[in-house]
Ligand binder design. Structure first.
Ligand code: ADP
Length: 461
């Protein structure tokens, strides 16, 4: 297989991840093409690319980034060689990947076949079971009737979690501790799933009490080589959505780390995984891992893995999509042994949400915006500048702050200092809340699980 030379890459996305992609391209000497919606005409990602084109005229702010026929057609006319989908939007849509390939444009991500095998949670569970990886006890298929659900409850017992097969971002999930909650939870999860993902399919799993969320980063090339880049601990969550992520998971023993990375590789190898992807697990209080899902794309929290492995994941994605082998000098991973873990990294997502008001999104003009800098601080921001308008059109993430140190304590000290350096006026942010979490002794000691925020109400003050 010949290696393709990409001259121009389009980011089919917006905000910080589009800028992250452009940075990777520029470092590789590749030209960059942005798309932007009418609502995003003042967004920074538009100006960070060599060229930018308006898409979705007259469509909504989200729909503009979802019309893949228009996007692929534009890419073809502008002689784009490859499209990076980022996360969210079209990133897990196999039809988009196929449309790119049909147009002779490389899709920077796994093949549509792999997305179909893994993209949906029920399908992913099947792959895991066949690969001999433990999954949370659950239904093998989506459940349609109350009878099916009650039968599962009888077999497994409560608590149960109702999940959307197509779920993401913590949406379409309900915990049920009895029969009434199960029936109501199925209804609520299905309607939320229909509204959020256009797919009402739901399934059931046993609800693991107070687990840790541990996920493993995978990277594969098109020649059958697959490695892991160790794990992240994403247990600090609000409503099943990640808020703070750490790499590596400091409380894992060597054996546990090996175990969870081996499980992830087994799943990746079972489908011939190509490009970057993440295998997510829950770890119960006995230290046992259970597969929950695969995200066949780059993730928001990839920055912490980059910091502790000194590997540029987005560049690797591009190079692999062009046909490079992991062992080529451009990527430089001759074997798993070449991936080294150094130090610890933390990522905080600064959002324009008001912790005092149940994290309601806040809007308005950013009157003052001064960001942090200095040793050990990495910033990935979308449109964060004085004068920027924070609107309800998109999610409320303003900037990702990632810090790095010899160990978690040092990374946390740098994070605390960085968060204190920020000056943001005009909109409310969650900075005070983030400071409270990353200075908490339980956080610093790794003594936390997904229930941390529920069990530590003091961090909201
Ligand atoms: P999403 O795709 O919406 O992010 P996930 O399946 O990745 O959903 O789960 C997100 C979070 O929900 C997990 O990190 C965990 O906190 C919680 N969760 C999911 N499944 C279970 C389960 N079976 N038991 C306990 N918590 C769960």
């Amino acid at each position: 297989m010949a290696v393709r030379k990409f001259r121009r890459i389009m980011a089919a996305n917006r905000g910080e991840i589009a800028i992250r992609i452009f940075r990777a391209c520029t470092e590789l000497g590749i030209g960059t093409v942005a798309i932007y919606s009418e609502q995003d005409r003042l967004s920074l990602h538009r100006y960070k690319a060599d060229e930018a084109y308006l898409v979705g005229k007259g469509k909504g702010p989200i729909d503009a980034y979802l019309d893949f026929e228009e996007i692929v057609d534009l890419a073809r006319r502008k002689e784009v060689d490859a499209i990076h989908p980022g996360y969210g939007f079209l990133s897990e849509n196999p039809e988009f990947a196929e449309a790119c390939e049909r147009a002779g444009i490389a899709f920077i991500g796994p093949h549509a076949r792999i997305m179909r095998e893994l993209g949906d949670k029920v399908a992913g569970r099947k792959v895991a079971i066949e690969a001999g990886v433990p999954v949370v006890p659950g239904t093998e298929k989506p459940v349609q009737t109350e009878e099916e659900a009650l039968l599962f409850a009888k077999k497994t017992g409560y608590p149960i979690i109702v999940k959307a097969s197509a779920g993401g971002g913590g949406r379409g999930m309900r915990v049920a501790r009895n029969r009434e909650e199960l029936i109501e939870g199925m209804r609520a999860a299905a309607s939320e799933a229909q509204a959020s993902f256009g797919n009402a399919a739901i399934f059931l799993e046993r609800y693991i009490e107070n687990p840790k969320h541990i996920e493993v980063q995978l990277l594969g090339d098109k020649h059958g080589n697959l490695v892991h880049l160790y794990e992240r601990d994403c247990s600090i969550q609000r409503r099943h959505q990640k808020v703070i992520e750490v790499a590596p998971a400091i409380t894992l023993s060597k054996k546990q780390r090996q175990q969870v990375c081996d499980y992830a590789l087994a799943i990746g190898n079972a489908v011939g995984y190509v490009n970057a992807g993440t295998v997510e697990f829950l770890m119960d209080r006995d230290g046992k891992f259970y597969f929950i899902e695969v995200n066949p794309r780059i993730q928001v929290e990839h920055t912490v893995t980059e910091l502790v492995t000194m590997r540029n994941l987005v560049q690797a994605q591009i190079l692999v999509a062009a046909g490079h082998r992991l062992s080529d000098p451009e990527i430089g991973i001759r074997s798993q042994k070449d991936i080294e873990l150094r130090g610890a990294a933390i990522q905080c997502r600064i959002t324009t949400e008001d912790p005092a008001n149940n994290f309601a999104p806040d809007f308005g003009t950013l009157k003052v915006y001064r960001s942090a800098a200095g040793l050990g601080v990495r910033l990935d921001a979308g449109s964060a500048y004085a004068g920027a308008e924070i609107t309800p059109h998109y999610d409320s993430m303003l900037v990702k702050v990632s810090t790095f140190g010899r160990n978690l304590q040092q990374a946390a000290r740098t994070m605390n200092r960085a968060l204190q350096e920020f000056r943001i006026r005009g909109v409310k942010t969650n900075i005070g809340f983030l400071e409270n979490v990353i200075t908490h002794p339980d956080f610093l000691g790794g003594k936390y699980d997904t229930s941390f925020l529920e069990t530590h109400p003091e961090v909201f003050k």
